[in-house]
Design a protein around this ligand. Sequence first.
Ligand SMILES: C[S@@+](CC[C@H](N)C(=O)[O-])C[C@H]1O[C@@H](n2cnc3c(N)ncnc32)[C@H](O)[C@@H]1O
Length: 110
Amino acid sequence: MKKENSLRKRAQLESLIWHVNSCQPKPGERIVDFGAGSGHLGLLVAFLYPDCEVVLVEPNAVRYETSISRAKELGLGNCTGFMGTLDEFAMVDEEGSAGCWEEDPVDPNR
Ligand SMILES: C[S@@+](CC[C@H](N)C(=O)[O-])C[C@H]1O[C@@H](n2cnc3c(N)ncnc32)[C@H](O)[C@@H]1O
């Protein structure tokens, strides 16, 4: 990664963490990363808040798979994924259905 790009990514992560910290997430709360891409932001949040559930919502299959395999590699058992759009995720959530993010949690031992 070019230095310029790494500085930009670092600023993005710092800004995100500042915001998440200001929300003071409590143990057991769910934090949803909409448009998670390959997981840069959500994985860091899952690492910093191991007592919260972090859901990575991403419709692009390649990016989704990358984010989930990174979560597994990092052993982030509090991180789950939903492959779909924000609207699809909201629908599943509203219906109270388990959805794939609960049926298919990231199991670090898989
Ligand atoms: C600019 S990327 C950001 C990726 C990541 N959050 C990051 O900062 O590195 C935006 C992501 O949003 C996803 N996306 C686009 N439309 C979406 C939607 N309706 N619901 C959820 N994600 C969406 C895209 O597939 C893409 O991976």
